[in-house]
Design a protein around this ligand. Structure first.
Ligand code: C2E
Ligand code: MG
Ligand code: MG
Ligand code: MG
Length: 279
């Protein structure tokens, strides 16, 4: 009966695979129309100066609301969009929308230093048109390149190292910032980090979660901040959920922080008081 239960397991597995495949197909057909049907929108999460509390930037985080599927998380549909190639159209829309919104905030508040962090997927980054897409978004929004920071995970930067390096250099020449997202969560290689023309490290929230209670995490975060400083990189702590964590980060002289303790991702209108310094 070991055989029998094994068989059942396989059947269950197949049924589940099949269900997943159907779900993905369904999602794909809806995703194709998401841009034209205006189902995508951006939330923005403030990034705060740890010392002064000032909002120096926001990160654009994509959301998809579909009448049939409901609210779909980016972790679910971004991988699908990468497989099907829709990520290019979606990514262009994100860049344009985020740059325009930031320019609008700059004009409203008079703070022309307010920056925007935009997540870029590895597939999107590899496209030959990518740098042109960035240039166009900057031109159309009239946003200064120094106010745009592109977020890439270390893993996605190392995927095709030589072409990635060329693109990163080109972006740096434009004046655009490069943030290493989820730093420490992958196969962090100092050998490569040294070569990457990055400007910012975003410390993965896994290291922040127990920062106040766990000495190892505190040691690692402290080392990341020190290393960042030595390499000329600013550090942003992600996933700051408590004031204790924020206090520890201040002690460790981390430059910037982001997380629910400061502000969750919100609709643009709701973020306006934050970027205007009224919160
Ligand atoms: P990420 O870039 O590392 O974004 C941080 C994620 O952590 C976001 O999830 C954010 O809502 C969440 N978060 C923020 N503060 C806290 C906190 O204090 N605690 C906890 N537990 N979580 C917090 P979200 O919005 O679901 O996005 C997930 C991932 O999807 C992002 O991770 C990013 O990799 C990707 N993503 C989001 N927007 C885009 C986009 O426009 N383009 C691309 N290519 N990827 C995107
Ligand atoms: Mg990010
Ligand atoms: Mg992250
Ligand atoms: Mg992430």
């Amino acid at each position: 009966s070991a055989k029998k239960s094994g068989g059942n397991r396989v059947e269950r597995y197949c049924a589940q695979m099949n269900e997943e495949a159907v779900h993905r197909l369904e999602m794909d057909s809806y995703l194709r129309k998401a841009v034209e049907k205006n189902e995508l929108f951006l939330c923005y999460q403030p990034i705060v100066n740890v010392r002064t509390g000032a909002v120096i930037a926001t990160e654009a985080l994509i959301r998809w609301r579909n009448p049939q599927l409901g609210l779909v998380r980016p972790d679910e549909f971004i991988p699908l969009a990468e497989e099907t190639g829709w990520i290019h159209e979606i990514g262009r829309w994100v860049l344009q929308t985020a740059c325009q919104q930031t320019k609008r905030w700059q004009e409203m508040t008079g703070n022309d230093k307010l920056a925007i962090f935009v997540n870029v997927s590895a597939v999107q980054f590899q496209h030959e048109r990518f740098v042109d897409d960035v240039k166009r978004a900057l031109k159309q929004s009239n946003l200064s390149p120094s106010c745009l920071h592109l977020e890439l995970t270390e893993h996605s930067m190392l995927r095709h190292l030589s072409s990635t390096m060329r693109t990163l250099d080109e972006l740096r020449r434009l004046g655009v910032g490069i943030a290493v997202d989820d730093f420490g969560s992958g196969y962090s290689s100092f050998h490569y980090l040294k070569q990457l023309p990055a400007t910012i490290l975003k410390i993965d929230r896994a290291f922040i979660e127990h920062l106040h209670a766990n000495a190892s995490d505190a040691a690692i975060v402290s080392a990341m901040i020190t290393m960042g400083r030595g390499l000329g990189l600013e550090t942003v702590a992600e996933g700051v959920e408590t004031l204790e964590q924020l206090e520890r980060l201040r002690d460790l002289q981390c430059s910037y922080a982001q997380g629910y303790a400061l502000c969750p991702p919100l609709m643009a209108e709701e973020v306006t008081p934050y970027v205007a310094g009224q919160q």
